[in-house]
Design a protein around this ligand. Structure first.
Ligand code: AMP
Length: 218
């Protein structure tokens, strides 16, 4: 199955992608994770992306699309994938569609997690990430067993700079500008499914699985 997850920062895309990836046995591909890794490694792409990411702005389409197209060509993504954080603009959605079209494949569903501003702020401000395995925690909703330490790999947790108050506002402003065009792109393709990102993790996961079963995708 080839899926894209749409929704604002804090909608729960990353969290759902991890569990869906295990259930469906297809890779979770997060452009944010790939870019943060590139910044940490100080690669050419990382150097180009850093200033945009620090400001909560979008990294230029050509850079992100190149990353995605290369990643999707790897063996583990041949049977399917879950894209998280891409596409974020109509132009990215079109590029994705053309790149997949060249391989005779297409996105099966775009899952849109529509989420209220109060949920977004509460989730992002409490979000903590593992510096090694990218596991996601929340100081209140899903704290690690030992404060500041990842349950899975025992590495330290950190708060993303862009999950702090100023950058959150900027990211939401940026997101709101392009949300409609991406959602409409997939609506027009007839593959958009909308869910409430305000649901808790388990509830949302159950709704996604029920929807897949109803459509005989599982
Ligand atoms: P995320 O982890 O998805 O919130 O992404 C973190 C940051 O990476 C964003 O604020 C952007 O600066 C950049 N980024 C991630 N995905 C994209 C994308 N599809 N297009 C442009 N910039 C992106």
């Amino acid at each position: 199955m080839r899926l894209v997850l749409l929704g604002p920062p804090g909608a729960g895309k990353g969290t759902q992608a991890v569990v869906l990836s295990e259930k469906l046995k297809i890779p979770h591909i997060s452009t944010g994770d790939i870019l943060r890794e590139a910044v940490r490694a100080s690669s050419d792409i990382g150097k180009k992306a850093k200033s945009y990411m620090d400001k909560g702005e979008l990294v230029p389409d050509n850079i992100v699309t190149q990353i995605v197209v290369e990643r999707l060509a790897k063996d583990d993504a041949l049977k399917g994938f879950i894209l998280d954080g891409y596409p974020r603009t109509k132009s990215q959605a079109e590029s994705l569609s053309s790149a997949l079209g060249l391989r005779g494949i297409k996105i099966d569903r775009a899952l849109y997690l529509k989420t209220s501003v109060s949920t977004i702020i509460a989730r992002l401000s409490g979000r903590r990430i593992c510096s090694k395995c990218n596991a996601i925690y929340h100081t209140k909703n899903s704290p690690p067993k030992k404060a500041g330490v990842c349950d899975k790999c025992a590495s330290g947790l950190y708060q993303r700079d862009d999950d702090k108050e100023g950058p959150i506002e900027k990211r939401l402003e940026v997101y709101n500008k392009t949300e409609g065009e991406v959602v409409n792109f997939y609506k027009d393709e007839g593959i958009l499914k909308e869910f409430s990102g305000d649901m808790d993790v388990q509830e949302l996961y159950r709704s996604l699985i029920i929807a897949f079963k109803e459509e005989a995708l599982l």
